[in-house]
Design a binder for this molecule. Structure first.
Ligand code: HEM
Length: 494
């Protein structure tokens, strides 16, 4: 096709669709307030790629805690207060339990066959129940404890050999979390683990990067013309081949009765017996779930550990308090699960970190039917964004909302379970995170071990005030610059 013809088709489709969107939006009776919309792009120009949650919070100060944005062709409602988050995630949870079907989710996750992107319905319900009660149950997560111990022993050796020199803390925590999650999922011995993780890393980067087709879903042909779709399909094909090999390897390897059952083993057992599901758990679905296990919790767990250390380096008194508690509690060389349960202050540090540095905007939801929230019309298939960060820093709810004060959770009943809408680190309602036990268990164990065995200082010439706490956001947020700090081995921590 001639370039001019392509351009003509593109421009006329865009204008027609935008015209249609503006007409239909106007005829919807009573949309929530929002900023004025520009032709074609609506409010896309108002988005901030690096810190979208902060920009949306500022806009909510002008337009209110329920706000309408037109993002290209996508009618979007942003919720920014704990009261309205409760309305959407609890009172009307069932109306908003669907997810928008994006092109990349369809390609990378086998037509959205994973928990996070499956449409709300029978398959998703069974899958979520199975994940909560089996794959990621408290008992199963406990069985992965030896992996955490193993990985931290390995990392401690590395830190001992680096004692006195700065290390890239982000790189180290990413590796720890990746190793724990991938060993739990794929098993202790998996030839293709390294290559799979490399491919998955690039897939996640693509998945969470700015993508025009998320805002113009009805102009999908643009992805074909630009070559993006071919690129995504190629990336998916490479991952698919590795996953096939991993499944084959799991099926053919000899097993002893006392071997640990990894997540791939469980999935294959359930696939073969047909238990837990009344629809077939096809091979593609198994692969989608494996991929999800490798991607869903890695960046959110490692970024929590990095932020906790950033905050403690900035607030040495908090670091000292957490460290002396950990060293008082631990009696032997290694930390047990019971030890972790007794580390009250360290847990407050984790909670406060997850308040200020949460997944800032929950995964988008969608309402298949039209609804009313706070007296406003929400047309069917609106994209719903819950600004969890705005709720967690709401000045009407929190005193000194931007201060890092772990003590604020002392004697407070606010917890992780998704019933306190001012604190939503794992979301709430039907679509709440099923990996909470796993994620929290990893975060607490890693932080406790690093505090127990090492003292930490900033590199020569850097002061706590020099630490740059600005964020960079993909799905989770990370500090804009990776944290570099110096481990000092403590020979007798207790
Ligand atoms: C500290 C670590 C973690 C944090 C902070 C976290 C946070 C979240 C959040 C905020 C959501 C969105 C919830 C909503 O929309 O209401 C979510 C969803 C999800 N998370 Fe996690 N997560 C963590 C670890 C994990 C782990 C380890 C796994 C699995 C191995 C996991 C699997 C999932 C899945 C499958 C969903 C989608 C649930 C659904 O759509 O029904 N997460 N997570």
């Amino acid at each position: 096709m001639e370039p001019f013809t392509i351009f003509f088709i593109f421009a006329s489709s865009l204008i027609l669709y935008t015209y249609w969107i503006l007409i239909t939006t106007k005829t919807a009776k009573n949309l929530p307030p929002g900023p004025p919309k520009l032709p074609i792009i609506g409010n896309i120009h108002l988005l901030d790629k690096q810190r979208p949650h902060r920009k949306l919070t500022n806009l909510a100060r002008i337009y209110g805690p329920i706000m309408h944005l037109q993002l290209g062709q996508v009618s979007t409602v942003v919720i920014s207060s704990p009261q309205l988050a409760r309305e959407v995630l609890k009172i009307q949870d069932i109306n908003f339990a669907d997810r928008p079907a994006t092109t990349t989710a369809k390609i990378f996750f086998y037509e959205g066959s994973n928990i996070g992107w499956a449409p709300y319905g029978n398959y998703w319900r069974q899958l979520k129940k199975f994940a909560t009660l089996e794959l990621l149950s408290a008992k199963k997560v406990r069985s992965f404890f030896y992996i955490r111990e193993d990985e931290l022993t390995r990392v401690s050796k590395f830190l001992e050999s680096s004692s006195g020199s700065p290390i890239n803390f982000r790189e180290m925590t990413r590796q720890i979390v990746n190793n724990i999650v991938s060993r739990a999922t794929l098993g202790d011995v998996c030839k293709d683990r390294k290559i799979l993780l490399e491919n998955v890393y690039f897939m996640l980067k693509t998945f969470s990067s700015f993508n025009m087709s998320n805002y113009y879903p009805r102009l999908n042909f643009l992805n074909v013309i630009s070559g993006k779709k071919a690129e995504w399909l190629k990336m998916h094909k490479e991952i698919d081949l590795i996953l096939e090999k991993i499944i084959e390897e799991h099926r053919s390897r000899p097993r002893n009765p006392d071997d640990h059952e990894d997540i791939v083993d469980i999935l294959l057992r359930v696939k073969d017996t047909g238990a837990s599901f009344d629809e077939p758990l096809t091979n593609d679905r198994v692969k989608a779930i494996i991929l999800e296990m490798l991607t869903a919790g890695t960046s959110s767990s490692s970024m929590t550990i990095e932020w906790a250390f950033c905050e403690m380096m900035k607030n040495p008194e908090i670091m000292r308090k957490a460290q002396s508690e950990v060293r008082d509690v631990v009696k032997g060389d290694s930390i047990t699960e019971a030890d972790i349960q007794s580390m009250d202050y360290m847990k407050l540090v984790v909670k406060e970190t997850m308040r200020l540095h949460c997944v800032p905007i929950l995964l988008p939801r969608q309402n298949p039917e039209k609804c009313i929230v706070d007296g406003y019309d929400i047309p069917a298939n609106t994209r719903i964004l819950i600004n969890a960060w705005a709720c967690a820093t709401d000045p009407d709810t929190w005193e000194n909302p931007h201060g890092f004060i772990p003590e604020r959770f002392e004697n407070s009943s606010i917890g992780f379970s998704g019933t306190d809408f001012e604190f939503l680190p794992f979301g709430a309602g039907r679509r709440m995170c099923p990996g909470m036990n796993f994620g929290l268990g990893t975060v607490e164990y890693v932080i406790a071990t690093l505090l127990h065995r090492f003292n930490w200082k900033l590199p020569e010439g850097v002061t706590p005030d020099d630490l740059d706490m600005r964020e960079l956001t993909a799905i989770s947020t990370v500090p804009i610059n990776p944290l570099h700090i110096v481990p000092i081995t403590v020979s007798e921590p207790n």
